[in-house]
Design a protein around this ligand. Sequence first.
Ligand code: SIN
Length: 331
Amino acid sequence: MFTESFKYYKSKNPPPSFESVINFDGVNDSIFVRRTVVNNSDERFRHIGLTDPIHWQIFESPSGLIFIKNPFTAQGQRYWIARCLSDYPKSPHANNLHSKSISLSVVDDWWKELNSTETKAEKERLRTALRWCTLGYHHQWDTKIYSEDKKHEFPSDLASLSGYIANVLNFGKYSAEAAIINFYPIGSTLSAHTDHSEQNLDAPLFSFSFGQSAIFLIGGTTKDIKPMAMLLQSGDIVVMSQESRLCYHAVPRVFKSDLSTWNLEEKDEDDDYREVTRKRRRVSQQSDHINTELWDLVLNKDFWQPFNEYVDNCRINANVRQVLREGQNTL
Ligand code: SIN
């Protein structure tokens, strides 16, 4: 059942109908019910690129699958896109480029090499060569077993973002310890799999989408169950918790969107207010480990341009997991 749906949504000729795809922007007659955040006293959303959770559109299925419609500000999206492209793939984090016949300098700092490449064809080759990088406990694609000696420090800003969302959704304390960042050129896919390497399978998995759009399929704990198809757009967050945490899921289609919400203008604050909040924001951002220099730079047109070019052609997905159980310090 899963395989048939995957083939259906992947097909180029004939292209699939999107009629059965759940689009949370439209009328929602799916199994999802709306959840609201009634009051929120945690103001950190302002400093990590999110809007106030009381305005979030949150949908939850009976199996514990949660969808949050893009809760990011445009600057927030830009910040996280820039981190995913220019920092997370860098050494010592692991990436797929080792397995390609590509020079070591590209493996070590793909973004820098991509942007210093002159020829169009070589740029395109490098742009599409990066397909994943792993953070924290590095995912082992063959054995699916984490190990203490294949681990690096998890980026603390991404841990703050995941911890904040876990708190808003009442999951309690969350410790982000492993992540896979997937890079999808338009037309690429990710086949059906479950995520079961973590010793803690009670903690939710957070999945952040940026850039171009995708069809996301999620079914049951075997491939015999017909999956539902959901539209994922830039900024959307999927949370896999409870039963859905161990369900088969896949991305059969990544396609060009007519939206680029990361480029929307945000409401301007008046100058005095902006100056006061800027100072306060810096202090708070430092405690959430946000790179304040990058935070400001992403609003600069020239700095942003290469990132814009990337997300205009590709999709990024960051999925974050807690590996250890509460009270456990090592594997
Ligand atoms: C994954 O499940 O590993 C990625 C899902 C996505 O790209 O949305």
